[in-house]
Design a protein around this ligand. Structure first.
Ligand SMILES: Cc1cc2nc3c(=O)[nH]c(=O)nc-3n(C[C@H](O)[C@H](O)[C@H](O)COP(=O)(O)O)c2cc1C
Length: 187
C-alpha cells in the first residue's frame, strides 16, 4: 500500500528524520515501503493569501498534494519548537490545504491515516508539538493514529544504530497498529 513520510526538519542529521526512519524500517519488515518527501524541491514562500493570489500555488505543492492524494497513509516527523510544530512543517501543510483556484481544498487529507513521530533532546521528546499537530490534522479531516512514536533524549537515544535498538520494539508495535488502521480505512 502506498505510504509517504514527511519530516518537518531539513537538518542533515535531524533526530525526527531518524525517528521516522525507525518506523519506516518497522513498516518495511511488515512488507510496506514508504516514500519520503524530500525538502530539495519544497522551497516555499511563507504562505500568505496575497502571495497565493499573485503567484498561484507553488508547483512543489501541486506535486505534494498529488503524492498525498495517492497515498494510503502519511507518517510525519514533527520537531518541537517552543512547544509547537516548526514553521517549516506548518507552512508546508498550510500550502497543501489550498488548491490551484486559491481555495481551501482538504481532499488530500480527508480521512487520511496519519502517524505522528517526534523526537527532541529534551525529556518530553516533542510530545507537546505532536499534540498540536494531531489537533491540526484532525481539524483538516485526517484520521490521526492515537499513539505517537516519541523519542526523548535524542542525543543518546539516537546516537547510533546500537543505541536506538531498544526503540525498535516500540516502532514495530506502532507500525503494526498503524497498518491495521490504514487497511481498515483504505479498504
Ligand atoms: C526555535 C527552537 C525552539 C525549540 N523548542 C523546543 C521545545 O520547545 N522543546 C524541545 O524539546 N526542543 C526544542 N528545541 C530543540 C529541538 O528539539 C532540536 O533542535 C531538534 O534537534 C530539532 O529537531 P531535528 O533534529 O529533527 O531538526 C527547539 C529548537 C529550536 C531551534
Amino acid at each position: 500500500m502506498p505510504l509517504i513520510s514527511l519530516v518537518g526538519s531539513d537538518r542533515p542529521k535531524s533526530f525526527n528524520a531518524s525517528a521516522v526512519s525507525l518506523v519506516e524500517s518497522a513498516l518495511q519488515s511488515l512488507g510496506e515501503d514508504t516514500h519520503r518527501v524530500g525538502w530539495e524541491n519544497l522551497d516555499l514562500p511563507i504562505y500568505s493569501q496575497v502571495i497565493e493570489s499573485e503567484q498561484g500555488l507553488p508547483d512543489a505543492i501541486t506535486e505534494l498534494r498529488a503524492k498525498l492524494a495517492g497515498a494510503d497513509g502519511l507518517i510525519i516527523g514533527c520537531p518541537e519548537y517552543n512547544g509547537f510544530m516548526p514553521p517549516l512543517l506548518l507552512n508546508t501543510l498550510t500550502w497543501a490545504t489550498r488548491n490551484q483556484q486559491g481555495q481551501p481544498d482538504l481532499s488530500p487529507f480527508r480521512f487520511k491515516p496519519c502517524l505522528i513521530c517526534a523526537s527532541s533532546p529534551g525529556g518530553l521528546g516533542g510530545i507537546r508539538a505532536a499534540s498540536h499537530l494531531a489537533n491540526y490534522l484532525l481539524g483538516i479531516g485526517a484520521s490521526v493514529y492515537p499513539d505517537f512514536f516519541i523519542v526523548p533524549n535524542a542525543f543518546t537515544a539516537l546516537a547510533t544504530a546500537e543505541a536506538s535498538e531498544p526503540l525498535n520494539a516500540r516502532a514495530e508495535t506502532i507500525a503494526d497498529g498503524f497498518l491495521a488502521r490504514t487497511r481498515l480505512i483504505s479498504g
